[in-house]
Design a protein around this ligand. Structure first.
Ligand SMILES: *Cc1c(COP(=O)(O)O)cnc(C)c1O
Ligand code: SF4
Length: 334
């Protein structure tokens, strides 16, 4: 008897197989050479390049200053000595574990690092040095996570984080969401994901059905830093989520040379609003080693928010936030 063929990969998984995974590949795809932009092969060796075809298609060929490219390009600045205060665990996560990959820093909210995988590698990522191999909650098939939620009724929100939780297959997610439906102490399910925008095909029918059946209110917090990330494909994926009743919020990171002007910020939040996404946080950079060249100082950040407030409705102005280890919440600065 012939062997059964392997199950077909979902379209989003096939798109991931076509992702750019090298510095040379990224430069070549955009018609750039190492003479156009000073890159760091050693940084690329330590935290590999990863860009989806969808995201690549939004970048301007031949433009080494493209604000989308700069989020993913290992530049030579990553290898320079970092200022004091920049380290590998910038927000002190190591001391906050309640189980494997389970972090509780704030009352009522449990954050599960479900996977180390992402669809893109952002150079400023505060978890770029996180020991994912040792710490993620998905490996144990969710038992530990579900047990913790069952025994601690104060945990009324489960935040799926990563990596990117939507890199898990629908089957893996179903194995969590089905038993979660029995837990009426958990009222909100929050998903922190870049995928609706960087890999819109991930918002497929199976996922939408799962979210539609969830017993909890579903909140999807996307991560968009620049208006040009939002094309019609991304907007359609966001609309599919919204049609399933998900509340959509955006958190961005304030990044020098990428989105640190009033115009870039106003355009970003306006465009998000048009896609049904409300403003949540604008994060000041976490001081992660290798990302110092992205830092914008707090005074300029506050001025940006004041300028945004003068031109946008309040619900499209993000809270400027910084994470200070040991505080009861993120610190809202403006
Ligand atoms: C940011 C974060 C949260 C969520 O905080 P909100 O202010 O509710 O968005 C929860 N847990 C951890 C560990 C976090 O880092
Ligand atoms: S966790 Fe988020 S910010 Fe970090 S690399 Fe993945 S997608 Fe980017």
């Amino acid at each position: 008897m012939p062997e059964a063929p392997p199950p077909l990969a979902a379209p989003w998984q096939r798109e991931m197989q076509a992702a750019i995974r090298s510095l040379e590949g990224l430069l070549a795809a955009l018609g750039l050479t190492p003479d156009d932009v000073a890159v760091s092969p050693s940084a690329a060796a330590q935290f590999p390049v990863l860009v989806t075809p969808t995201m690549l298609a939004r970048m301007r060929p031949g433009d080494p200053r493209d604000p989308l490219l700069l989020q993913f390009l290992p530049r030579h600045e990553e290898s320079l000595p970092q200022p004091p205060g920049f380290g590998t665990d910038p927000v002190a996560e190591a001391g906050m574990l309640r189980g494997e990959g389970l972090l509780q820093k704030y009352a009522g909210r449990l954050l599960a690092v479900t996977t180390g995988a992402c669809a893109v590698h952002c150079r400023y990522c505060f978890r770029r040095h996180f020991p994912y191999g040792e710490q993620h909650a998905g490996a144990g098939q969710w038992q530990e996570l579900l047990a913790l939620l069952r025994e601690d009724a104060s945990l009324e929100e489960l935040i799926l984080s990563g990596g990117d939780p939507l890199m898990l297959t629908n089957r893996r997610l179903a194995a969590l969401l089905k038993p979660l439906a029995q837990l009426n102490t958990v009222r909100r399910l929050r998903i922190h994901s870049r995928l609706p925008v960087v890999l819109p095909s991930r918002i497929d029918r199976g996922l939408l059905e799962l979210l539609g059946e969830a017993a909890q209110d579903v909140v999807v917090v996307v991560h968009v830093n620049h208006a040009r990330e939002l094309d019609t494909e991304a907007e359609a994926a966001l609309a599919r989520l919204r049609a399933r009743g998900a509340l959509l919020l955006n958190q961005a990171v304030l990044l020098r040379g990428i989105n640190d002007t009033v115009d870039a910020q106003a355009e970003l939040w306006r465009r998000l609003g048009g896609a049904g996404v409300l403003a949540y946080y604008l994060h000041l950079l976490d001081p992660v080693s290798g990302a110092a060249h992205f830092e914008v100082d707090e005074t300029r950040a506050r001025a940006l928010i004041a300028a945004l407030r003068a031109q946008l409705p309040g619900y499209l102005v993000p809270r400027l936030a910084r994470e200070t280890p040991g505080e009861a919440s993120k610190t809202v600065l403006a």
